[in-house]
Design a binder for this molecule. Structure first.
Ligand code: C2E
Ligand code: MG
Ligand code: MG
Ligand code: MG
Length: 278
């Protein structure tokens, strides 16, 4: 009986794996030509200060493929990471972003923070910082307006390698944000070592905030820890006024989520920023 059970679950497991695998192969094939075919573009989600003013935007990649339709970055970024395509994609994204944001600054007549997601695979590539600085200098972008978001789920064994890179990024004047905070395993001692400017509280905790005392206390604790390290606290995935009000009460500084705005295309972002100003 034992053997049969194991065998069945094994068969089930491999079928699922095969399906996922073939879907990923299709994603990989299509992704290889996505840049040339101009299928990749960026959207921007506003990040709002407690006083209602604009803090900045998070740039989020979008991919619309002729065969696959819209593919979520949650599905294609892992494939891009596993195949190394993330390096080319990352360069493309950064290049495009810096130019596009400069145009938006000019159109709205002011600057604001630009947050960009950086995969651990990009971060660990030898020439990451050198390439990034080249792009920044070419378009004369102010490094202090650039925040790099690194996920808290970075493997702990990579920390020794990554830490000097993070420090160099800070030394160049860029800011660092720890994304998805609360979902990984970084202990307090890791947090004290990382030169981080901002903690992003993961949506999972924001979702439960109004219902679960455990998550409410966790969010309060995260906010207090961040404050002790002089970090900004940003709550992601805020969808309701009730959530924003609670988070404000606990001392959260910045809010990002559907309550304020979904990720927007360039023209819609410009309109959004103009509407905030009047
Ligand atoms: P993330 O960096 O944690 O981004 C937040 C995700 O939550 C985004 O999904 C955003 O659209 C979504 N979101 C924001 N507010 C709300 C809300 O109020 N409700 C709900 N239900 N969702 C909300 P998205 O754009 O699908 O991105 C998924 C993940 O893909 C990102 O998670 C990030 O890890 C990765 N990603 C996206 N763009 C890039 C990129 O340019 N480079 C890299 N390396 N990764 C990226
Ligand atoms: Mg992010
Ligand atoms: Mg996030
Ligand atoms: Mg998240």
């Amino acid at each position: 009986y034992e053997a049969k059970k194991v065998k069945n679950s094994y068969a089930f497991f491999t079928k699922e794996m095969q399906e996922k695998n073939s879907a990923n192969i299709t994603i990989e094939q299509e992704l290889r030509s996505a840049l040339q075919k101009n299928e990749i573009y960026m959207v921007y989600q506003p990040q709002i200060n407690a006083d209602g003013t604009l803090h900045g935007v998070e740039a989020l990649v979008r991919w619309k493929n002729e065969k696959l339709g819209f593919v979520s970055p949650a599905d294609f970024i892992p494939v891009a990471e596993a195949t190394g395509l993330i390096l080319e994609l990352g360069n493309y994204i950064t290049n495009r972003l810096l130019l596009e944001i400069k145009k938006i600054y000019a159109e709205v007549g002011k600057t604001f923070q630009l947050s960009v997601n950086v995969s651990i695979v990009q971060l660990m590539e030898n020439h990451f910082l050198k390439n990034l600085l080249e792009m920044i200098h070419k378009v004369q972008f102010d490094t202090s307006l650039l925040t790099l978001e690194v996920t808290e789920r970075l493997p702990i064994e990579d920390l020794d390698y990554v830490l000097p890179i993070l420090k160099s990024i800070r030394a160049e004047g860029m800011l660092l944000s720890l994304d998805d905070f609360g979902t990984g395993y970084s202990s307090l001692s890791v947090l004290t070592k990382l030169p981080i400017n901002e903690l992003k509280i993961d949506k999972a905790f924001v979702d439960e905030l109004l219902y679960s005392n455990k998550d409410k206390n966790l969010v309060k604790t995260i906010i207090n820890i961040g404050k002790n390290f002089s970090m900004d606290i940003l709550a992601e995935g805020t969808e309701s006024k009730e959530q924003v009000d609670k988070l404000k009460e606990y001392g959260c500084d910045i809010f990002q989520g559907y309550y304020y705005s979904k990720p927007l295309k360039k023209e819609d972002l410009i309109a959004f920023i103009r509407s905030l100003q009047c």
